[in-house]
Ligand binder design. Sequence first.
Ligand SMILES: [Zn+2]
Length: 326
Amino acid sequence: MPRLFSSSKNATPALSSAAFIAARLFAIGVRRPFSKSRTVERETHAPAAKVARLSDEEAYDTFLLIRWAATDGAPVCPRCACAAVYTYTTRKLFKCKACSHQFSVTSGTIFASRKLPIRDYLLAIAIFVNGAKGHSALQLSRGLDCQYKTAFVMAHNIREAMASEADETVSGEVEVDGGYFGGYVKPANYKENRRDRRRAVNQTGKRRVVVVMRERGGRALPFVFKSEDASLATIASRVAPGSVVHADEAVHWDALHARFLTKRINHSEAYSHDEACTNQAESYFSRLRRAEIGIHQRWQVRISQPTRTKWRGARTIAALATANNI
Ligand SMILES: [Zn+2]
């Protein structure tokens, strides 16, 4: 299970990623898994509605089950991992018998110090993870009927949790490719003032490449770099030894042959040949492009670089997190 949602000061895994929560919502009967089958009832595609119908008590019990999935909802001290706790009858609080630490169901998670009802946070996750091409904070604020700033922080917290899954590796058949995002240069108004925007001298220098390692039938790991060849060390550390790597004809991917069995596809000749293709990686970028244009409108370099954000020590990259949502 991925170790997510827990802040670094906590020794124990606190709560897992938004995708995992969505899976748990399914497991406990609130959400069913996505199915392409048209025979599946329509309601299976609207888990957010099911979350919205939960009472406060049901939402609380749901959160207990999600947070402490390993103990079937029984609280565990987030400070010392002790399972023996007192439960207060007057407030929704617990106290550790070993270290006397008082904690709630959200302590140590990204939802600590919450102001909204727990159901709203579950609803935010259900809405957010269903947005295959990302979800904007404004749209979230309209859906949850909360302030834009509240939705903005909440969306970033969910992205933070998703981005922390990037500790994982991929294996088997892995497709590697890069897509360029951000650094848009607007053409000048008058024709005589327009420049060739393909030339480096006329670009902003803010364009970045998102390199994705996409396991066939598995997960995708995206990272942001200045250039594709800067991603080689990351690929070496994130793709398990013994994997088969698929890449296109770009020369900097030649270095992959030294480490992996690498299959190349020359896109000027074919998109798929002799079992070599990067179509799944391209499909990923197709959605990421739609996230950029259709949801975010514009990505700037300051959010597409791996910088620490001010939200609880997050190391979220907006592009990366949006990518994880796909
Ligand atoms: Zn304790």
